[in-house]
Design a protein around this ligand. Sequence first.
Ligand code: SAH
Ligand code: SF4
Ligand code: F3S
Length: 436
Amino acid sequence: MKVYIKTYGCQMNENDSLYMMGILKERGYEIVDDLEVADIALINTCAVRKKAEEKFYGKLGEIQHLKKKKKIIIGVGGCFAEKERDKLLSKGVDFVFGTRSYSKVGNLVERALKGEKFSYFEDHIDEITSQTPRIVSSHHAWVTIIYGCDRFCSYCIVPYTRGREKSRPMDDILKEVRNLVEKGVREITFLGQNVDAYGKDLGDGTSLAKLLDISKNIEGLDRIWFLTSYPSDVTDELIDVVASNEKISKNFHLPVQAGSNRILERMRRRYTREEYLDLIYKIKNRVKNVSISTDIIVGFPGESEEDFEETEDLLKKVEFERVNLAIYSPREGTLAYKIYEDDVPHEEKVRRFQRLLELQKSINKKLNESYRGKTVRIIVEARSKNGLMYGRDIRNKIIAFEGSVDMIGKFADVKVNKITAGPLYGRLVWLEGSER
Ligand code: SAH
Ligand code: SF4
Ligand code: F3S
């Protein structure tokens, strides 16, 4: 039996899909990239914005079209499945399952193959452990350390689709990391919607700082990333651990969402613009050569031109290495959906989006200049569409160069000789395993 899995959304979903593939493979299923040959199609969905839902419906339409020609079972999991639940069963889906139910994917597929149409939302997240089969697709692996989110930002659907915060036991995480390293993994990213809330619910003093501090001693593990930090949960201990070890990434992804206190309040973010800036200055002072990235939402209900200008100003002050921009998308069930009118006109949202995009481009161009002529240590990651190889440095900066696929997974030194607002370009000067 052949299974095709399509994944939308964040790294969390990507990682969940890798477990599903592992579980199904162990049961004898074959994982295929080609939908046309599949007996079972699974879609792991996202619901963060309207667009994510539209993508899902596009894919569902494609599979249903195929279903007219051949027998194919359709299973839908992930965040949009949590949001819609049984409603999807009347839209041609055979089974729907939750974000904490995927360890059961083998049984669910079997039931569907017997002709059952059903939904399954029980919480079995504890079954995902270091012993769970998973696909290791490269020298990098995601490791989810905390599930869910307790923050309830007013615009966000994630707490409803992923449930309450729940940390995995540290011992088991470390076991998993060691297993991964044995399989050839050199880089890992610890994942959580609020990765810096890790351990709080365990009540035994466990924290992200402690986890990083122990992980750095794992032999064969060369780089450790962590994603996403909630600004007011970043502790001094965490900053110090990041500063103290060269294996730990010098990148903080700290979504600010907006630069105006009035909007932050309406978003129910639990920090002010001033507190956020203080945190940034503190990190920049303590962690040498650190890079900061962020997420911003434009056009939140009630965002005036002045509010927006405060966001622009914040971008200029912080000089982020990367900004993920999004246009506000009302999500049914959230507080903002209930109490605020989506009152910024669409054209205005687009204008603000473009303005921030342009501003960020000029900031990136300026920041990237500091790389000119420098030799940077990367781990080679993949070949890009234009044929060049690329990798990233410890600050998460992407550098492209002329090379070959057998370099993937190796350390390389690249001398930067061309700067753009996007990636940097350079010449390979050293590759791991070769003479200098
Ligand atoms: N846990 C992370 C991010 C989770 S969702 C955090 O605390 O920031 C990823 C990003 O999607 C968010 O940072 C936010 O910028 C964006 N987002 C979430 N809900 C949104 C909505 N309703 N409309 C537009 N963007 C949204
Ligand atoms: Fe959503 Fe806020 Fe939780 Fe991030 S912290 S997942 S934006 S509710
Ligand atoms: Fe999307 Fe769910 Fe991730 S809504 S962004 S897949 S947590």
